[in-house]
Design a protein around this ligand. Structure first.
Ligand SMILES: [Cu+2]
Length: 270
């Protein structure tokens, strides 16, 4: 099978520096933070995907994680139960998927996925080579052939309450502002009975996961809950939105063995 290999260019590395994940260590809770984590092992990646992949078809994809001298990393830490977390976003952020590639050894991860329509998608992987502190991020754009859906402009939600899979989820912030530590709360109740949900289950080793990405798909944040506050109905995340602007946030939680994903579009003021 013919495969195209895309090696990361210098320009790509510069772009990546703008989309590192942001961690908020407890010791730095009260401080303003800039978007550059200090404890990240520099990595390079090489992505392999067939030429002209089509929508609605299982597409095998692999990526090789290498160090700066192009040597593949051999071992990776298990973080939140997995060696790699991978997110797929359509360019308009309408489509989101969270998957866990298989580690093949010798720096190589592999997965298959089906893209729902033609268009551009960002693949964003997060992993920690052994000995690293904060996770490294490698991302890659792919162009999928097939019928496209019209891109929807990202409009901030007027009401931060949504019903997903029978759950009513409300997003709230103690104070929302770019460049400062914010507490992001998801409050979850049963949509039919309006009763608070108190039996959330840990999903990948935490009471929930949240991912946020800026509307230009440049700034990415993967956030875990700050504390174990019981099993709902409120799950609080702490994070820093690096710049003002529109972000899409996906919260992921688990109840009765089923994961549900709730998206919100927010406008982060300066
Ligand atoms: Cu994951």
């Amino acid at each position: 099978m013919k495969k195209s290999i895309i090696v990361m260019s210098l320009l790509y590395m510069m772009l990546l520096s703008a989309c590192n994940p942001i961690r908020v260590p407890k010791s730095r809770m009260d401080h303003r933070m800039d978007a550059t984590p200090t404890d990240v092992i520099p990595t390079k990646s090489e992505w392999r995907i067939e030429d002209h992949p089509n929508a609605n078809k299982e597409i095998p994809i692999s990526l090789l994680i290498k160090d700066e001298s192009n040597k593949p990393f051999q071992s990776f830490d298990t973080v939140h139960e997995k060696k790699m977390h991978l997110f797929i976003f359509s360019k308009d952020l309408a489509y989101f998927s969270h998957i866990h590639p298989n580690y093949k050894g010798n720096g190589e991860f592999a997965f298959t996925t089906k893209f729902p329509a033609g268009g551009d998608y960002m693949l964003l992987s997060e992993f920690t080579p052994k000995g690293g502190g904060d996770p490294s991020v490698e991302s890659h754009w792919v162009q999928i052939a097939g019928k496209t859906v019209k891109e929807k402009p990202l409009i901030p939600d007027r009401k931060l309450t949504k019903v997903v899979d029978g759950k009513k989820v409300t997003l709230s912030f103690d104070e929302l502002m770019a460049g400062m530590t914010v507490h992001m709360n998801f409050t979850i109740s049963d949509a039919a009975s309006n009763q608070p949900i108190k039996n959330l289950q840990p999903y990948l080793g935490a009471m929930g996961h949240a991912v946020a990405i800026s509307d230009d798909v440049e700034k990415y944040l993967h956030i875990h809950p700050m504390t174990t506050e019981g099993n709902g109905p409120k799950v609080t995340f702490m994070t820093v939105f690096p710049e003002k602007g529109i972000y899409k946030v996906w919260g992921q939680f688990q109840q009765n063995g089923k994961v549900f994903t709730v998206p919100f579009v927010i406008d982060v003021p300066k």
